[in-house]
Design a protein around this ligand. Structure first.
Ligand SMILES: Cc1cc2nc3c(=O)[nH]c(=O)nc-3n(C[C@H](O)[C@H](O)[C@H](O)COP(=O)(O)OP(=O)(O)OC[C@H]3O[C@@H](n4cnc5c(N)ncnc54)[C@H](O)[C@@H]3O)c2cc1C
Length: 290
């Protein structure tokens, strides 16, 4: 493989408002949206994607950078970095599973630039934040010049590096419903090195309780199928508080069967399946105190 070190030539555009942004996207022939650039720039340097006429930097729009609670939702803007997410008191308080997942992306240098929106728009199966957003049942607002639409995160990923986002759209907002029930969550990542390494397996687990009784368990898996997925069959085994050591073992086994991992230089598919089972069992036992 030829490894280029220089970027191809393109125009760098930095709009200051959404109006400018969508005009730029629709008037240039081929554009890429640029948020933190931690995925885009290496891909352009290695010529893994076609060279664009222009890249459009979202970070020039000041009001795109927010993480806030309003109308019963946590709302995250498209230029919000991993660091501002895991440092947000609202995220720490309401969604520790998202704080853990965003803190596991790369190291400080990456966390200071990389955005949550960029992580999911990149749509790699191993994106660390995707399993957490899946169990939190996030919705995504996609916006273009003609208007906006809402898509559930479960419908967003359609294959490796593929999402339902259209060429002239951006991911404008990530919206997570506040949970009124008692909840606890955990993101566990297995990677070769502790830092700066992609997940071999990522498991997000969320437990919801009503009047002290477990009423729902949600399981999100990353890096073990063409897209991040919910392990729905495993979840069904634990529904309505049917929690015993045996049901946890069974659910963990079923989740590993719901995965369809690949063999690659990081791990074999058999190992990934086994690690889904092991990590999920550990997470469930910890969260369910079994
Ligand atoms: C050294 C290193 C370590 C890494 N470690 C990890 C890791 O541990 N875990 C992990 O999950 N990832 C990791 N990554 C990958 C990367 O850092 C993340 O995926 C990051 O979240 C991408 O965000 P970004 O803002 O930099 O995206 P960018 O590179 O700016 O964009 C990524 C893609 O999404 C598109 N895009 C960005 N924002 C939008 C938007 N709002 N609307 C529409 N399209 C958009 C871009 O056009 C591009 O195609 C690592 C990368 C590096 C270089």
């Amino acid at each position: 493989m030829i490894f280029y070190r220089r970027l191809p030539k393109f125009r760098y555009l930095k709009p200051r408002s959404e109006e400018e942004l969508f005009n730029m996207i629709s008037s240039e022939k081929k554009t890429y949206v640029f948020a933190g650039g931690t995925d885009l720039i290496p891909k352009l340097k290695r010529r893994l994607i076609p060279s664009p006429d222009a890249i459009v930097d979202l970070k020039g729009i000041p009001y795109f950078n927010y993480v806030e609670v309003s109308d019963g939702f946590l709302r995250i803007g498209p230029t919000c970095t991993m660091r501002s997410i895991y440092s947000s008191p609202d995220v720490i308080k309401h969604f520790p599973v998202l704080a853990q997942a965003s803190k596991s992306v790369g190291a400080f240098q990456i966390q200071n630039r990389a955005t949550l929106a960029g992580n999911i728009c990149n749509a790699v199966p191993s994106a660390d934040t995707a399993p957490a957003l899946l169990v939190l049942e996030a919705s995504l607002t996609l916006k273009g010049k003609k208007g906006e639409r809402k898509v559930k995160i479960e419908e967003f990923f359609v294959g490796p590096n593929k999402t339902v986002i259209e060429e002239d759209e951006i991911l404008r907002e990530i919206e997570i419903p506040l949970i009124s029930l008692e909840s606890s969550g955990l993101y566990t990542k297995l990677s070769v090195r502790e830092r700066m390494d992609l997940a071999i397996v990522g498991v997000a687990t969320l437990v919801l309780k009503e009047n002290g009784k477990i009423c729902d368990v949600r399981i999100g898996l990353g890096a073990v199928s063409p897209t991040p997925i919910r392990a729905k069959k495993a979840e069904a085994i634990l529904k309505d508080g049917r929690i015993t050591e045996a049901s946890i073992d069974e659910a963990s086994k079923v989740a590993s069967e719901e995965a369809s991992p690949i063999d690659d230089h990081r791990a074999s598919k058999e190992y990934r399946r086994l690690m889904v089972e092991t990590l999920l069992k550990r997470s469930l036992k910890k969260l369910l105190e079994v």
